[in-house]
Design a protein around this ligand. Structure first.
Ligand code: 6R9
Length: 647
């Protein structure tokens, strides 16, 4: 394999917060003297009561725990807001760019964001929300979404943000799982000129959520929506009445901060729980060093706050660092494929953080959409969410950045809280497609099928050998599922679910998920989730879902469906099943292919052989492997003969 290498430019080596020598020294220290390293690094956060204990984690069954700075106390909203007021209260905290480029945006200073957060926190309290209560946030990309999150953090309530693209069913499941009593939403969202009926979705979801007694609704579009007497509250009117003074609550470092649902290889989505202290240290540290962030720079993370990237790198990390965080309501290709670069020019963005899927989609539209803009303000380009193919990397670097800006590929997960493997721009030479080196305190290893560590170059399962401050603390309501999911595949290690290669230089190359999770446009979906949506349809007897290569989305969804006896599957049923899945989960789960199959390939013990289904979906018909252990090998020929192409 030929690999191009982009050495650290001299100017970056000279000016960056961390150069190569410092990276080596600090990385060493972080592993050799973690206690000293983290004691010092944690000083970036204002503690109310200082911690005396640092890392008390163990990945072993006997004393299993993930625990950092446990006897310290703090408030994360105070770290993101109050402590900046004296020095930079009038600096912009959030710049909001609306969906419609002709509409007026907003800029909220730290002082304004603080004021709104305090008011909203009082509003939550007035509606019965207490420390430890769960609040579900189902909002469009408006600053009020961040206000709602920070207000929860201020009073010690646990927020659970649900992506605005999820269906009423998916929303209801997430509300019930964590037993939220209050939901924060908007009348409608607006994306690419189209309204998203958030309030109507909430109304529908709440038919199955008897525990919810309050809905606070922000008016984004002014649409005519139903307000349920005694339950629904208008944001603006209630905010006017809410007092402005709201002291932050003293929280333990290990008190829960938020729940975020994510898909795994089995069962329903799990509520990943993050706590306050370690998460604050981790997001603040990684945001600062990976982006080489300096106060005053305009920084844009183009994710949605419904995902972990939005939590850690639109809200908590940047605001803890006193950064100016741009929040974008729209989509990259509306009104035209030039939008991202126009926003960059309009706000003089210096750091841009986006996903490979967006880059691939824009790359297809041609360079002219990029080259008609200036982009001179850009100095660093980040990516996250899925492996970035070298073509997209090269396009980002050459066309978007005109060779001036490093492309920083960051590997991490909802579970890790923040970035884990990424090149520090002043320290590490870049390789297109490689996330390169571990950040401080991160000790990765590659394991072979027998669970043995691979030394030197090689490929295997990516695990992490010791805890780091930003690690998830538990699965909400199911601590044993936390242990079972991540620490039993390889005893004593955190298993990421990803495959990975390490080259001779020690650089890491993530190869993608090796469990039953697929990554569609950077969104994680469990194949089991899509399957259970399909079999919930009255015509479906059985379904098996696998990933397939997709030029823009990275992976697409390929579903094999067996219909009930006596039914004749046709195009109408295919369309019906597609819209059914969209209704059950949301548009991100739309199957790209539905292949009707009279039977699925099963072992004699009745297990579906997914390996074969994956190969057929990938079109790799010559490498199906051994099919002799199937109960009925002729099923495979049938499947191949009926292979279906994406519509
Ligand atoms: C932050 C986020 C996590 C999964 C992860 C992996 C994939 C994320 C990546 C990457 C290759 C990168 N992933 N970043 N793969 N290179 N730079 O995306 O969290 O939604 O939980 O997804 O995404 O497969 O395991 P999450």
């Amino acid at each position: 394999m030929t690999e191009s290498l982009y050495p650290v430019p001299a100017e970056w080596a000279r000016k960056a917060l961390v150069d190569a020598e410092r990276y080596r020294a600090l990385y060493r220290e972080s592993l050799d003297d973690p206690e000293g390293f983290w004691r010092r690094e944690a000083q970036r956060i204002d503690w109310i009561r200082p911690f005396s204990r640092v890392d008390e984690s163990s990945f072993h069954k006997a004393d299993f725990a993930v625990r950092w700075f446990a006897d310290g106390t703090l408030n994360l909203s105070a770290n993101c807001l109050d402590r900046h007021l004296a020095e930079r209260g009038d600096d912009p905290a959030i710049i909001w760019e609306p969906d419609d480029p002709a509409a007026e945006g907003r800029t909220l200073t730290y002082r304004e964001l603080h004021r709104l957060t305090c008011r909203f926190a009082n509003l939550l309290k007035a509606n019965g929300v207490e420390r430890g209560d769960r609040v579900t946030i189902y909002m469009p990309m408006v600053p009020e979404a961040a206000v709602a999150m920070l207000a929860c953090a201020r009073i010690g309530a646990i927020h659970s943000v649900v992506f605005g693209g999820f269906s009423p069913e998916a929303l209801a499941g997430r509300i019930r799982d964590c037993d939220s009593r209050l939901v924060v939403t908007a009348d409608e969202g607006l994306r690419g000129g189209k309204p998203v009926p958030l309030k109507a979705n909430v109304d529908e979801a709440l038919r199955d959520c008897p525990g919810v007694s309050r809905v606070i609704m922000f008016r984004r579009t002014g649409a005519d929506v139903e307000m349920k007497e005694g339950r629904d509250i208008d944001w603006a009117a209630a905010m006017d009445a809410a007092p402005e003074d709201c002291p932050p609550v003293e929280m333990g470092a290990e008190d829960p901060l938020f729940i975020l649902y994510t898909s795994g290889s089995t069962g329903k989505p799990k509520g990943v729980l993050h706590s306050s202290g370690g998460y604050a240290v981790w997001t603040s540290l990684t945001h600062q060093i990976v982006f080489d962030y300096r106060p005053g720079q305009i920084y844009w993370c183009a994710a949605d706050i419904g995902w972990i990237t939005g939590h850690s790198y639109i809200v908590y990390g940047p605001l803890a660092n006193g950064a100016t965080s741009l929040m974008f309501e729209g989509v990259p290709n509306w009104p035209d494929p030039s939008r991202i670069w126009q926003v960059v020019d309009k706000h003089q963005v210096e750091i841009l953080y986006t996903a490979p899927t967006a880059l691939r989609a824009l790359m297809r539209e041609g360079d002219q959409w990029v080259s008609r803009t200036s982009r001179k303000s850009l100095r660093l380009l980040g990516t996250v969410g899925e492996p970035i193919n070298p073509e997209a990397w090269g396009w980002y670097h050459r066309v978007v950045g005109e060779g001036r800006s490093p492309v920083i590929d960051t590997w991490w997960q909802t579970e890790t809280g923040g970035m884990m493997i990424a090149p520090l721009p002043g320290a590490i030479a870049l390789k297109p497609g490689s996330a390169t080196r571990p950040l401080f305190g991160v000790e990765p290893a590659l394991l072979d099928a027998e669970g043995r560590e691979i030394a030197g170059p090689g490929e295997g399962a990516l695990v992490i050998k010791r805890s780091w401050p930003g690690q998830m603390r538990t699965v909400w309501g199911d601590h044993s599922r936390f242990f079972e999911t991540y620490f039993t595949t390889f005893a004593g290690y955190y298993f990421s679910g990803d495959g990975c290669r390490r080259d001779a230089d020690g650089d890491y190359w993530i190869t993608g998920r090796i469990d039953d999770v697929i990554n569609v446009s950077g969104h994680r979906l469990g194949t089991a989730e899509v399957e259970s949506a399909l079999v919930a349809h009255h015509s479906v007897a059985e379904a098996a879902v696998v990933g397939m290569p997709h030029e823009v989305k990275g992976q697409g969804i390929y579903a094999y469906v067996t219909v009930n006896a006596g039914l004749e599957p046709d195009a109408a049923m295919r369309a019906e099943l597609i819209s059914w899945v969209r209704k059950e989960i949301g548009p991100i789960a739309t199957p790209d292919v539905i292949q009707f199959a009279p039977a699925l390939p099963k072992t004699r013990s009745g297990k579906i052989m997914r390996r074969i289904l994956r190969k057929i979906a990938e079109g790799e018909l010559s490498s199906l492997g051994d099919t002799s252990t199937l109960a009925d090998p002729s099923v495979v020929d049938q499947l191949i003969a009926n292979r279906t192409l994406p519509v």
